[in-house]
Design a protein around this ligand. Structure first.
Ligand SMILES: [Zn+2]
Length: 298
């Protein structure tokens, strides 16, 4: 699933290539991928200029000159690419937005359809839900690249373990399974550490690790494990730099210990138990089953 670095990569490329264009036409091949206001997309977006495209959490926001903004969530397998004229339509392309410059198209394709597109007003108001169609938009939490130390400390003061808390998209939005494991390894924190037991030094290390790992991943164009492609239809490169994710049985790049796999909150979790020891105090207080490494609560 695309996480913050992949979505940021796509949003930056779209901003460079599509922003400033005017929409000449909209073709919707599958109406049920669109949610939000019950206004036909073509009527809403035609002749509107694309003002700005940016990331918010794991979403892409495409802001138009008129009244509307499109919010795109890529789900598991979603892609937004810029296609040149005559480029064949990939299977499972649900939406094409034709651009004024060189007759290119911005295309949304999503084989598994966990992704979606929302047409909303700029203020994202969902007050008048009588007129809302389909899935609601969940609130977006703090951004891991911008969160302050105090804000992060406040987010972590909860009775949750650190990995499920970071995956939850509230109170922090953007980190999924891959980058959670990479960040926790970089911060030398066990994924089952109770969040509220982290000291100021731990929180500081976690914040630094989030910024470092996510920034490095953005610079590498994200991680391509299976489906992810950039807006230019290229693969990312950060998977080659993963230190723990999907590396069970291989050596830790920092200390040489064998990487292990656990199940945390139902998700495969990769860690180095030497770099990321479970502190004894934290373990006993949290009731962790140390033989399986599984927590009693999510
Ligand atoms: Zn290690």
């Amino acid at each position: 699933m695309p996480e913050l670095p992949e979505v940021e990569t796509i949003a930056r490329q779209l901003q460079q290539r599509a922003s400033g264009n005017t929409v000449t036409s909209v073709t919707l091949h599958r109406a049920d991928v669109v949610h939000g206001w019950p206004m036909p997309l073509c009527a809403a977006l035609r002749n509107q200029k694309i003002e700005q495209i940016y990331r918010q959490g794991k979403r892409i926001r495409i802001q138009f000159s008129g009244d509307w903004t499109l919010v795109v969530h890529l789900g598991m397998t979603g892609r937004i690419t810029i296609a040149n004229p005559g480029q064949p339509l990939e299977p499972h392309t649900h939406l094409c937005i034709s651009l004024s410059e060189n007759r290119r198209e911005m295309r949304f394709c999503d084989p598994r359809r966990f992704g979606a597109v929302w047409l909303i007003g700029h203020d994202e108001s969902q007050d008048n839900l009588r007129h809302w169609i389909g899935r609601k938009l969940a609130a977006v939490g703090s951004d891991p690249l911008e969160i302050s130390l105090d804000e992060l400390a406040a987010c972590l003061g909860r009775n949750r373990r650190i990995k499920p808390l970071l995956l939850d998209q509230q109170p922090i939005s953007g980190i999924g399974n891959i980058y959670c494991d990479e960040v926790l390894h970089r911060a030398r924190l066990h994924p089952l550490t109770p969040a509220r037991q982290l000291g100021r030094g731990d929180v500081n290390r976690l914040r630094r690790a989030m910024r470092q790992v996510l920034s490095e991943a953005i610079a590498a164009g994200g991680s391509t494990i299976s489906d992810y492609r950039t807006a230019d239809n290229q693969q990312g490169n950060f998977q080659q730099k993963h230190r723990v994710y999907n590396r069970a049985g291989k050596k830790c790049k920092r200390c040489g210990q064998t990487i292990q796999r656990l199940l945390v909150a139902g998700r495969s979790t990769f860690l180095c138990t030497r770099c990321q020891p479970m502190q004894e105090l934290a373990a006993s207080a949290a009731g962790v089953n140390r033989s399986t490494g599984q927590s009693a609560v999510g």
